[in-house]
Design a protein around this ligand. Structure first.
Ligand code: UD1
Length: 370
């Protein structure tokens, strides 16, 4: 009887906040690792992303339980969305009284929840802390800076994160280099992605192909940046068909232009986790402005050409397959051809990108939370 009481005391009440597509694959393995320890968990979905293809399909594919609480905030300006998450999250977190709230990545849901908790004196853990692009025109950079100042425990994916946090004055005893939780998910689901690939290939009538994603406001919001980019892709697609699952932000603005591209640009609906992973692994080259995809391609060894001037994930450039292209279309063409000639072999994997980052987080939490 005495032992039972003690065991119960060791368990934590953990509340996870997710809201946008890239959060789901980060929270899934942490939730699983904490469930294995018998902890009480609550999952809050802010509703920042709400389309089935941006949200539900990921819950299903990744085996995440349905959210305990849905805040249904939907879209809006940054201020509107952040404020809506804050005001709807506050009563929820007060009702649940967690020992710690875990927030993920760098989206508006991340910073909004961290701010609410900081004001209520509820401990916050930031998973994927310390990343910096040093570009404050990116909304995500603001979210990262603020969240990391507020968090009580900071879990970094790579050593550059620790260095950034030290430089910003974050106490080192709050910072834990645990590795990359998104890669935990990738490692877990790669066999399933391999299984579905032959059928996917047949469905899309594919042989050799490249994969494209574009959704950063700095790339897709203005005609003067997006149209030359699309033109460059249109030209490359004559050499290699490009599968382009289109993000809603991009689709909303450019569906007409996308429809007028040559048929080798295959602008399709957003894909599910397994489907996208299978395509990333088997693409000749990936062209993207996503943060997570720079990391996944590095793990997979697929050449990645990033249409951005900077990256908050420099390790993907120094150790991995990533090349920053910016808006240099000549460089894009050159690196594209290099990628087509490359043997597609794995270049290097950052330390701790080993499928065990979430277990490390669970272990640290059991020691840090009284
Ligand atoms: C958000 C994140 C970004 C992340 C991206 C991944 C912030 C500031 N941005 O950007 O860091 O890389 O998610 O996808 O948190 N929309 C839909 N259906 C949805 C969601 C959005 O149609 O389910 C449309 C809405 O018109 C919305 C627009 O897409 O206005 C942009 O959505 P929003 O969540 O504001 O930003 P993202 O570009 O998705």
């Amino acid at each position: 009887m005495e032992i039972l009481v003690q065991e119960r005391d060791l368990r934590m009440k953990v509340l996870h906040v997710v809201g946008a597509r890239p959060n789901f694959m980060k929270a899934a393995p942490v939730y699983r690792a904490l469930a294995a320890g018998g902890n009480e968990q609550t999952l809050v979905h802010t509703g920042q992303h709400y389309d089935a293809l941006m949200s539900d399909v990921f819950f299903k594919a990744l085996g995440i339980p349905n959210p305990d609480e849905s805040l249904n905030v939907g879209s809006g300006s940054h201020a509107q969305q952040t404020a809506a998450i804050m005001s709807r999250f506050e009563p929820v977190v007060l009702a649940h009284k967690p020992d710690i709230v875990l927030v993920y990545g760098d989206v508006n849901s991340t910073v909004a929840a961290a701010l609410v908790c900081a004001k209520l004196g509820i401990r916050v853990g930031h998973v994927e802390a310390g990343l910096r692009s040093f570009d404050r025109t990116m909304p995500e950079e603001i979210n990262r800076l603020v969240t990391d100042q507020l968090a009580d425990l900071l879990f970094t994916p790579s050593a550059d994160g620790d260095e950034n946090l030290a430089r910003e004055g974050v106490a080192t005893e709050k910072v834990f280099l645990v590795g990359n939780v998104m890669i935990d998910t990738l490692i877990q689901f790669l066999p399933k992605a391999d299984e579905i690939f032959p059928q996917l290939k047949a469905d899309l009538s594919l042989d050799s192909f490249g994969l494209v994603t574009l959704h950063r406001p700095s790339n897709v919001d203005d005609e003067s940046t997006f149209l030359p980019m699309l033109q460059a892709l249109d030209s490359l697609s004559k050499e290699l068909p490009l599968i382009f699952p289109v993000h809603p932000r991009t689709r909303q603005k450019w569906s007409g232009q996308l429809a007028r591209c040559n048929p080798n640009i295959r602008a399709i609906e957003p894909l599910g986790y397994l489907e996208f992973l299978a395509l990333q692994k088997n693409a000749k080259v990936v062209i993207t402005d996503s943060g997570g995809i720079q990391e996944e391609t590095t793990y997979l060894g697929t050449p990645c050409l990033t249409l951005r001037e900077n990256t908050e994930r420099p390790i993907t450039v120094t150790l991995g397959t990533n090349v920053l292209i910016g808006r240099d279309w000549e460089l894009l063409r050159e690196k594209f051809h290099e990628a087509l000639r490359s043997d597609h072999s794995q270049k290097g994997r950052p330390p701790f990108w080993d499928g065990k980052a979430s277990e490390r987080i669970a272990e640290i939490l059991t020691h840090q939370i009284p």
